[in-house]
Design a protein around this ligand. Sequence first.
Ligand code: ZN
Length: 152
Amino acid sequence: MAIRNIVQQGDDVLRKKCFEVTAFDEKLAALLDDMKDTVRREEGAGLAAPQVGILRRAVVVDVDEGFYELVNPVIVAQKGEQTGWEGCLSVRGKRGIVTRPQTVKVEYFDRGGKKRKLTAHGFFARAVCHELDHLDGVLYVDRAERVERVKD
Ligand code: ZN
């Protein structure tokens, strides 16, 4: 396990569409373990593989509801709306107001290749949507109605 460097806004890797994970192997397990270590160290709510320079459809989400690893995740249903502040470990020193669904249903695979689903509400849903955007090269600043500087 290891802490990986987090890519910052301006790097092309954050703007690319990620490839599906096809091998549920030790390399994927190591990536997910490293992402867990990295997001915990940075006290983030989540991290997507392109943020550590890997163009694969894998994210981790670490919120009050628990720690989740989502491989090849897809939002299959969404409901409602919430508007609030959001930040990103790849966009240091800023935060923005973003509108997201209040509830999302997600289908995904776990690290062993087993198909799973979850329903996320509130901040959990916001974190899931934010991380899934990264897999398509989208940053929250693209969706924000307002962005302001904050102290790191
Ligand atoms: Zn982010």
